[in-house]
Design a binder for this molecule. Structure first.
Ligand SMILES: [Zn+2]
Length: 465
C-alpha cells in the first residue's frame, strides 16, 4: 500500500460492524453500586489509532486491545489536545487545554531571573487524580518517567509514583503494577499504568529492527539514536516563519515504511503487556469492580507530511489516538464514531462514578455518547513543541483549520475528501473557513496564550531545550 493510499484510510474510521448488540443505556451508571468501583487508566504512549486493530485496516497485531474492545465503549474518533507527552498527558490529568493548564513545554522562563527552569502545574490547577486521593482512593502510578514524571504535577497526593527511568516501557512498569494490584486488591484504588513501548525513544525489545523488515534495503537501522538524530535535524531545518518541519531529501518513502514497520512491532509488544495486565485484573477478580480506560497521548509521523517523530504538527497521524472505556456492569461493546477529546476522559469517569471534578475544566462528560445519545463536540489542539513550532487547530466535523501563530498562515483541510490532509483548501472554501476562524479566535481568547504572545519567539535560544 502506498503512503498516499494508507493516508487516505487514516481517518475513515467508520464502520467496525459486527459489534454485539449494545447494552441497555442505564447499565453504565456506576453510582448506585453496593461496592464502590476502582479506576484504572492505561496509557500506551505514542500509539496511533490507525496502527492498531481498532482502525479500518483491522491490523492483527493488537489482539489484546481487540479483546478489551469487545467489552468496551470504543471511541473511534478520539483526539489528543497536543501531539507530545507533557502537555497532552497533563491535559488528560486536568481536563484542560494545555494553554489553560499552563505546561506547554518542559521548561519555562523564570520571570525574575529569566533562567530556564522545569515547568510544573501551578498549585491552583487541580488534577482529577488528586481529587480521587481526597475521595479516599489509594492512588498508584507505574510509568515510563520522562514526560509523565511526577515533578510536572502528576504525582500530587499519590501514595506510589514510579517514574525513575526515562522512556521506559511497560516491560519495566508492568511487573510492579501487578505486584501492587495484588497487595491492594481489597482497597478502593486508582492505578495509572504507562509505558513508552511504542515511542521513538524506546527500542524494539531484544530484536534488531532490520530483522522485522527483511526486504528493506535502505540505510536506516531503526535505532533510538537514529530517530533522535533525524528529529533534531528536522527541527533545525525550521529557520523562518512558514517553514514546515521536513526531512524531504534526507529520507525516502521506503525509509518511512521501514520505520513504521518497526513501530508496528513496538505496538505489538505494548499490546502483549496490556494483555498481561488485563489478565491480572481478571485473575484477581478486579475487572468487574473497576472502570478501565485505555488511551494514548498522541501518535507519530512517518513522513506523511515530510517528517518524523511527533510534536511538530497537528496532523491526524499525531492527534488521532485509541480510546476505550470498559464499564464493569455493561461489559459489552459499543462503537462511538462521534469526535471526542482526551480531555473528556476524566470528566466522563467522574460523571460515571458520581464524583465532583475540579473547577474550571474544559473537558466534558462523554456519558451521553456512552448511553447512545448525541453529543456534538468541537475539537481543538495546540503545540509549542520546544518553541520550534506554534500551531493551533480547530475541527468541526469534516473541516479542520490549522493556524501557524508564528506567521499567521492558515491551512484548511476537508477530512472527508482528503483524510491525509494533503490539499489546503483555505483559499477556495471561504464558507467553511470563516466559522472555523471565528471559533479558533474565540477559543484562543479564552486561553492564556495569544498569537501576539508568540510572535518572534523563534529568537529564543532553543538549543537549550
Ligand atoms: Zn507521549
Amino acid at each position: 500500500m502506498t503512503l498516499r493510499r494508507w493516508a487516505a484510510v487514516t481517518l475513515a474510521a467508520i464502520g467496525c460492524a459486527n459489534a454485539p448488540a449494545a447494552p441497555p443505556r442505564d447499565s453504565y451508571d456506576l453510582r448506585a453500586a453496593q461496592r464502590p468501583y476502582n479506576v484504572v487508566v492505561i496509557s500506551m504512549d505514542a500509539v496511533r489509532y490507525d496502527r492498531t486493530g481498532l482502525g479500518p485496516e483491522r491490523h492483527p497485531w493488537t489482539p489484546n486491545l481487540q479483546r478489551l474492545a469487545a467489552e468496551s465503549v470504543v471511541f473511534h474518533n478520539a483526539s489528543s489536545a497536543a501531539p507530545w507527552t507533557v502537555p497532552s498527558h497533563l491535559a488528560i490529568w486536568t481536563g484542560r487545554w494545555p494553554s489553560h493548564h499552563g505546561v506547554v513545554n518542559k521548561l519555562r522562563e523564570d520571570p525574575s531571573t529569566r533562567a530556564l527552569v522545569d515547568a510544573a502545574l501551578p498549585a491552583s490547577v487541580e488534577t482529577f487524580p488528586e481529587l480521587l486521593v481526597r475521595e479516599g482512593f489509594v492512588c498508584a502510578a507505574f510509568t515510563g518517567g520522562a514526560g509523565v514524571s511526577a515533578r510536572f504535577g502528576y504525582g500530587r497526593g499519590f501514595h506510589t509514583y514510579l517514574d525513575d527511568r526515562r522512556f521506559a516501557g511497560m516491560d519495566y512498569s508492568l511487573p510492579p503494577a501487578i505486584a501492587w494490584l495484588r497487595a491492594h486488591a481489597s482497597e478502593r484504588f486508582f492505578l495509572f499504568l504507562h509505558g513508552y513501548d511504542a515511542h521513538g525513544q524506546h527500542p524494539l525489545d531484544d530484536v534488531d529492527p532490520r530483522a522485522v523488515a527483511p526486504d528493506y534495503r535502505g540505510p536506516l537501522d531503526g535505532s533510538v539514536a537514529e530517530q533522535a538524530r533525524y528529529r533534531e535535524q528536522m527541527l533545525a531545518a525550521i529557520e523562518a516563519p512558514g517553514d514546515a518541519a521536513s526531512l524531504r531529501g534526507a529520507l525516502t518513502a521506503d525509509d518511512g515504511r521501514f520505520l513504521r514497520t518497526v513501530y508496528d512491532r513496538k505496538i505489538e509488544a505494548a499490546d502483549r503487556r496490556v494483555g498481561r495486565f488485563l489478565d491480572a485484573l481478571r485473575e484477581l477478580g478486579l475487572l468487574d469492580r473497576t472502570l478501565v480506560v485505555l488511551l494514548s497521548d498522541h501518535g507519530e509521523e512517518f513522513l506523511e507530511h515530510g517528517a518524523l517523530d511527533h510534536g511538530h504538527t497537528l496532523h491526524e497521524e499525531q492527534l488521532h489516538v485509541p480510546l476505550l472505556m470498559r464499564f464493569p456492569r455493561a461489559a459489552g461493546r459499543r462503537d462511538v464514531q462521534a469526535p471526542v477529546r482526551t480531555i473528556d476522559v476524566f470528566p466522563t469517569v467522574f460523571d460515571a462514578l458520581g464524583l465532583r471534578g475540579p473547577a474550571s475544566v474544559d473537558g466534558q462528560s462523554l456519558m451521553p455518547l456512552v448511553r447512545g445519545q448525541p453529543l456534538d463536540l468541537n475539537l481543538y489542539a495546540e503545540t509549542d513543541y520546544r518553541l520550534f513550532v506554534h500551531h493551533r487547530m480547530v475541527r468541526h466535523g469534516r473541516w479542520k483549520l490549522v493556524l501557524d501563530l508564528s506567521d499567521g498562515q492558515m491551512q484548511l483541510f476537508d477530512l472527508e475528501a482528503d483524510p491525509g490532509e494533503l490539499r489546503d483548501r483555505a483559499a477556495d472554501a471561504p464558507d467553511a473557513l470563516r466559522p472555523l476562524q471565528a471559533d479558533l479566535s474565540r477559543w484562543m481568547s479564552t486561553l492564556a496564550t495569544t498569537p501576539a504572545a508568540y510572535r518572534g519567539r523563534r529568537d529564543t535560544p532553543i538549543t537549550v531545550y
